[in-house]
Design a protein around this ligand. Structure first.
Ligand code: NAP
Length: 264
């Protein structure tokens, strides 16, 4: 039986790839899309697609009108948060790529997911290589106290640091013994030049046209530097993770935050 999917943000850079994925996968069926600007239209009226899915601007109306198993959200944090909670209330499993959720929001979503016994996946990065980079960073952090992150994204990205950088810092912080960083005499440092500090760790966010999603995690110690680097050159790189999440979320009854928690 095919998995019925709603996609929120279908005209976005990620949403377009998700529509293509659902069109391509024989066991996925597009029930509807959510688009704030095109209520009442058909998907093929708003973008290059041969799917005949209805377009809704309001998730509540959409969930009352079509059958769905999974909601893929690729929008903006405040909308993604509302969508995720509403989908859970309706027993529809959210697969969320939208980044920028707060810790409080994640806790609230986890509680709701468990109360409703409805699975939810929030993945700051769907690219398998990026998930491995985060896992390898966690391994390395046991042995290196000094670490800094440089993340680079396209210039339209709304949040900084990126969700991937924040997730990497959380994973590193789980195992990091010392929070000490390099010597810093504040008088000599131009404000901002050392990046942002998140949980005692420096993160530098670059935003430039031409980039997609790139991150380096740099571990330094006397006489050596270990750099773990991942590049997404195309948004298609995220779609195998979206497919895996759509297939996995139906088996869950809680929130899984980060695909590393589902691999092996
Ligand atoms: P994008 O191209 O700007 O697309 C965002 C989409 O959200 C558009 O369709 C936009 O529609 C819609 N939207 C914006 N504001 C809205 C609102 N107030 N209400 C309803 N819809 C709204 O962004 P993107 O590059 O596709 O990224 C989408 C999200 O995915 C971001 O949070 C990004 O950080 C994240 N992301 C995640 C991964 C991952 O692997 N997890 C990878 C890349 C990106 P309009 O045209 O109407 O504004």
């Amino acid at each position: 039986m095919s998995i019925k999917v709603i996609i929120a943000g279908p005209r976005g850079k990620m949403g377009r790839e998700a529509v293509k994925l659902v069109e391509k996968e024989a066991n996925f069926q597009l029930s509807a899309v959510l688009d704030r600007k095109h209520d009442g239209k058909q998907l093929r009226d708003i973008m290059d697609s041969h799917e005949t899915a209805p377009v809704y601007s309001d998730l509540g109306t959409c969930l009352q009108s079509v059958e769905a198993d999974v909601l893929i959200d690729l929008t903006v944090p405040e909308v993604g948060y509302t969508h995720t909670k509403m989908a859970l209330e309706y027993g529809v499993c959210p697969v969320v790529g939208t980044t920028g959720f707060s810790q409080e929001q994640l806790i609230e979503i986890k509680e709701l997911s468990e109360a409703r016994k409805t699975g939810c996946i929030i993945a700051p990065n769907f690219a398998l290589g990026a998930v491995l980079m985060m896992k390898f960073s966690k391994m390395a952090a046991k042995y290196f106290d000094d670490v800094e992150i440089i993340e680079m994204h396209h210039d339209q990205k709304l949040d900084a640091p990126s969700g991937t950088a924040i997730k990497t810092i959380e994973m590193i912080s789980d195992v990091r013994k010392s929070k000490k960083q390099g010597h810093e005499d504040e008088k000599e440092i131009l404000p901002g030049s050392r990046g942002a500090e998140v949980d005692g760790l420096r993160v530098h966010s670059v935003r430039l046209p031409g980039m997609v999603a790139h991150q380096q995690v740099m571990f330094g110690s006397t006489g050596q530097l270990l750099t773990l680097k991942h590049d997404s050159f195309h948004r298609e790189s995220f779609m195998s993770g979206v497919k895996f999440s759509v297939e996995s979320v139906l088996k869950l009854e809680t929130l899984v935050y980060g695909l590393e928690n589902l691999l092996d």
